[in-house]
Design a protein around this ligand. Structure first.
Ligand code: GTP
Ligand code: MG
Length: 290
């Protein structure tokens, strides 16, 4: 597919998650439409199946109907006409060395984020209001304890949620960046080894709790002073900026803790390929937030 030119005024939805989770496949599905409803169409199936590891972010323009009865990515929005809401879907590379693209979107101090990240200049003229974030995970990989997928997925999610928490603390006055709701999309539920969404949720929460504990211990051990961390967090100050994710005084981490920072986290299962619930719930979630 070719990346559409981002328009300055459109809201954007950021697609993040570890490499191989299916981000580009999902973007292609939303862009190309109902391959699953049409298994006889090899050309559309190919379009989704033939992804390769992304090296640069890609942005496409989509539209969601404002009419809930037509709230499907399969709906013909040309027919819906003026009642469609346009937005940008921004695919980011999941490779650990390329995650800066995604995290830069979140740590931007401006209320808007640059969508044209191929330019190194952060004062890019193409700015878009970030409305929501989808963190895609491979639910089948998570079920394999030897793969290390749980630890690596949770560590990326930790960085993403912490960036949103720090964004909340940077709010001041009317130029506050709006809060960004997070959808943890448990992908690949078509595979029989896939963890159901409720388990994806509890396993990620448990692992985020472990990471939180070990990172806070690491900060103490390494002698990193509160001043250093404050500076890195833009001077947000005090205990709020020390890299501790979620609420204080809690032993176990829960996604609900993120509500303290106005960050809603929801976990929904689905699949881009194969048999299963598909991606409709995710599309509906997006439609309610752009
Ligand atoms: P990076 O670009 O490296 O960050 O990865 P990505 O998240 O973009 O993953 P990509 O979309 O390239 O998908 C990785 C692989 O997973 C591809 O072979 C897809 O065909 C496959 N895949 C994606 N979604 C599903 C799904 O729902 N079920 C199954 N079985 N496979 C899927
Ligand atoms: Mg990709």
């Amino acid at each position: 597919f070719s990346a559409a030119t981002p328009y300055a005024t459109l809201p954007s939805v950021l697609l993040v998650g570890p490499s191989g989770a299916g981000k580009t496949a999902l973007l292609t599905l939303f862009e190309r439409g109902p391959f699953a409803a049409n298994p006889g169409s090899p050309e559309k199936l190919d379009a989704v199946a033939k992804t390769h590891t992304s090296q640069v972010p890609a942005t496409i323009e989509l539209a969601v109907s404002t009419d809930p009865s037509a709230a499907s990515y399969r709906a013909d929005l040309d027919a819906a006409g003026a009642t469609a809401k346009k937005f940008l879907l921004v695919d980011t590379p999941g490779h650990p060395k390329l995650r800066g693209h995604a995290l830069a979107h979140l740590s931007s101090t401006a209320p808007t984020v640059p969508t044209n990240t191929s330019s190194s200049s952060s004062s890019s003229p193409t700015q878009s209001k970030l409305k929501a974030l989808i963190f895609l995970v491979d639910s089948a990989a998570l079920s394999d304890p030897d793969s290390g997928a749980l630890a690596s997925t949770a560590s990326y999610l930790y960085d993403v949620l912490l960036a949103l928490q720090l964004r909340f603390h940077r709010r001041s006055g009317s130029r506050a960046p709006a809060s960004v709701p997070v959808l943890v999309a448990a992908n690949k539920t078509d595979l029989f080894t896939a963890l159901p969404a409720a388990l994806v949720r509890s396993q990620l929460e448990a692992e985020l709790g472990r990471i939180r504990k070990s990172r806070s211990k690491g900060l103490l051990d390494s002698g990193v002073g509160a001043d250093d961390v404050d500076a890195a967090a833009g001077g947000a100050g005090g205990e709020e900026a020390d890299g501790w994710l979620g609420g204080y005084g809690t032993e176990k981490f829960s996604f609900k803790e993120m509500m303290e920072f106005d960050v809603e986290v929801e976990v929904l299962g689905g699949n881009v390929l194969g048999e299963g619930p598909g991606a409709e719930k995710w599309w509906k979630w997006i439609g309610e937030r752009v």
